[in-house]
Design a protein around this ligand. Structure first.
Ligand SMILES: Cc1cc2nc3c(=O)[nH]c(=O)nc-3n(C[C@H](O)[C@H](O)[C@H](O)COP(=O)(O)O)c2cc1C
Length: 215
């Protein structure tokens, strides 16, 4: 199976997957990484604030420390399921939630609320618009990586303070995502959570409303 490369936007959107178990460990070529980060950096942002930064983590000691922390949080979630939703605990058990060590590269995407000055155009009434801008950088990165035949796995099983300190962020800067980024052995066609029977995708028709919610 191949990981495929394509620059057709709809095809890339359809092929994009969250990857965890498929990293080959091959390093990402610097020129490819530069293109992928360039795509992330081209994202729209409220008031052109560009509130994101990208911390590239390759040090095995840091990858180990983060993977250990994630393992602890995964265990804590599993224990919550055992207590409060035991019928789901067995379904969750085989699901891998990260490929931190295997990918060999973590991209920590951050949000700086002070970027763009005190009165960011467009964030006056909706403060969250700042955070959303960093998330758009994540999506651009994810799609560009897919177009390059690379995999991305978003890891959110962490305590923000832990990741904040692990990569030395300034006090005001929030970590938004740890993205495992790397070459793949193959790109799965079906989302892992569907494959494991955790959840199904909902039909588009259920998500579209006309004029008012529910119509
Ligand atoms: C905000 C966010 C956080 C996520 N956190 C995790 C995570 O901690 N571990 C994981 O394995 N997948 C994580 N995912 C991936 C989702 O499980 C995945 O996107 C979803 O199941 C749909 O699969 P697909 O991305 O392959 O279409 C996260 C995705 C998003 C958008």
């Amino acid at each position: 199976m191949s990981t495929g490369t394509s620059t057709d936007l709809y095809d890339v959107i359809a092929r994009r997957r969250d990857t965890r178990a498929e990293f080959s460990g091959e390093p990402v070529e610097p020129a490819v990484l530069e293109r992928v980060l360039g795509a992330a950096h081209a994202a729209p942002s409220v008031g052109l604030s560009q509130p994101w930064d990208f911390v590239l983590v390759r040090d095995p000691a840091t990858l180990d420390a983060f993977a250990d922390h994630v393992a602890g949080e995964r265990a804590s979630y599993a224990a919550t399921l055992e207590r409060e939703q035991p019928e789901r605990a067995g379904t969750f058990a085989p699901i891998k939630v990260e490929g931190v060590r295997e990918s060999g590269l973590g991209v920590v995407v951050t949000y700086d609320p002070e970027r763009g000055g005190p009165h960011v155009l467009g964030r006056h009434t909706v403060d969250d618009a700042g955070l959303w801008s960093s998330v758009l950088a994540v999506q651009n990165l994810w799609l560009a990586a897919t177009a390059e035949g690379l995999g991305v796995g978003w890891v959110s099983f962490y305590r923000e303070e832990f990741l904040h300190d692990l990569v030395g962020l300034p006090a005001r800067v929030r970590p938004v995502a740890w993205l495992c980024l790397g070459a793949l052995t193959h790109l799965p066609e079906v989302p892992d959570l569907v494959r494991h029977g955790w959840r199904e995708r909902r039909p588009l028709a259920d998500a579209v409303h006309h004029e008012r919610w529910g119509a």
